[in-house]
Write a protein that binds this ligand. Structure first.
Ligand code: UDP
Length: 385
């Protein structure tokens, strides 16, 4: 990774320019410059433009020097995929340490096994001792399925009203700032429901799960090893100058509404993190505890040291995650996929200039997981000449 001080230091134009050093930008830049294999062999000159001072986007992590805990700066990131090629690809940039993510739910002060599984229902019901009995218990409480259900209708038809109200309703309202009846069911389909005691957080298709041994920032810096990069550079403020430095396409991974100067037209959900160093060895039994009732203002507490149990640490480090609306000056985390927002995005997408490719969660306004972002990025890189 060759850091360039400013745009003024550039003499020769680049084959491609990538805007944003998050997972999408880093994957495209890696594949265009021959760092990393995906059945793609290219040897292009690529410049990466990054607004922040480090690589990693919202996957960025950093060691807290008092505790020696590796802290996920923008919320917990656990890499998982069902795609062997994606798994091989990330492993090229440092070893992925095997990790199975576990989460507990705290509802009104009680801890429950989560995602909803045999142990959750067995604790609530007093009369469920086998998976079959769990099926019967839920079956007696489920509502009838609807066509094109919203998030609430989808959940109550899967798990009934009581489980929905304990574990989904309050959390979802806090997370999205909307009533679940106004949200699409797609948001929650990633969370499994199991009739066994398996409490792995991610779906059973995610057969590869891990944490990069040296952290995400380190992994993504390696992805950019053959690139030039400028930090602290706001692409949109320097757009005209940067366009003259690019021979082919600019791959833009910033927010779509910002690009078109209509920032605020689309809704985004943002997060506020409140961090704390602590003296005890562990604060909570799992890496993440979700606070599912509405009366607690945060949605979850992350205890980062669980992600790297092999690291020597002194005390521990936790982060409380408070969702809030996006407004200028706040980071954008989640697109809000209501029909109205999606219609606006389709309109903006039809105006993307010829010499640009829009890719990733912010530019496409899609709620991508890291592995899907990598797959899409690899597809884009393979199509570029
Ligand atoms: N969710 C919930 N209760 C929980 C955890 C998740 O209702 O305890 C819902 C919520 O709507 C959330 C969605 O499931 O937005 C996806 O959760 P996940 O943990 O996968 O979200 P992310 O880590 O991407 O924020």
């Amino acid at each position: 990774m060759n850091v360039i001080k400013s745009l003024e230091h550039i003499l020769l134009p680049y084959d491609y320019i990538v805007v944003g050093a998050g997972i999408t930008g880093c994957t495209i830049a890696a594949l265009l410059t021959g760092a990393g294999f995906f059945g793609i062999h290219k040897n292009k000159r690529v410049l990466v433009i990054e607004k922040r001072e480090d690589v990693g986007g919202n996957c960025t992590d950093e060691v807290d020097y008092n505790t020696n805990v590796m802290v996920h700066q923008y919320g917990a990131h656990i890499f998982r995929t069902s795609d062997e090629e994606v798994w091989k690809f990330v492993n090229e940039f440092g070893k992925m340490h095997p990790f199975v993510h576990k989460v507990l739910a705290n509802y009104k002060g009680e801890l429950y096994s989560f995602p909803i599984n045999f142990m959750t229902v067995s604790k609530i019901s007093d009369c469920v001792y086998t998976p079959e009995e769990m099926k019967e218990w839920i079956g007696a409480r489920k509502t009838l399925p609807k066509e094109n259900p919203n998030l609430e209708e989808h959940c109550t038809s899967m798990i009934g009203k009581r489980l929905y109200e304990m574990f989904i309703k309050g959390y979802t309202k806090k997370q999205w700032g909307k009533d679940p009846s106004e949200l699409p069911a797609s948001i929650i389909k990633r969370i499994p429901i199991r009739y066994t005691a398996n409490d792995s957080y991610f779906g059973d298709d995610k057969i590869y799960q891990g944490i990069p041994q040296e952290g995400y920032t380190n992994m993504m810096e390696k992805m950019l090893r053959n690139c030039d990069i400028i930090f602290d550079c706001d692409f949109l403020k320097n757009k005209e100058k940067i366009e003259t430095l690019c021979k082919n396409k600019i791959i833009y991974t910033g927010a779509i509404d910002e690009f078109f100067g209509v920032e605020g037209q689309l809704e985004w959900r943002s997060l506020r993190f409140v961090e704390e160093e602590r003296r005890e060895e562990y604060f909570q039994p799992t890496p993440v505890v979700n606070y599912t009732s509405e009366d607690v203002p945060y949605t979850r507490i992350i205890e980062h040291k669980h992600f790297m149990p092999w690291r020597e640490t002194k005390g521990t480090y936790i982060t409380k995650e408070f969702p809030w609306d996006w407004e200028p000056g706040r980071d954008k985390f989640y697109p809000v996929p209501t029909e109205d927002n999606l219609e606006k995005v389709r309109n903006l997408m039809s105006r993307v200039p010829e010499n640009y490719i829009f890719a990733g969660r912010l530019a496409e306004y899609k709620y991508y997981d890291m592995d899907v972002a990598i797959l899409n990025a690899a597809k884009i890189a393979s199509q570029l000449e």
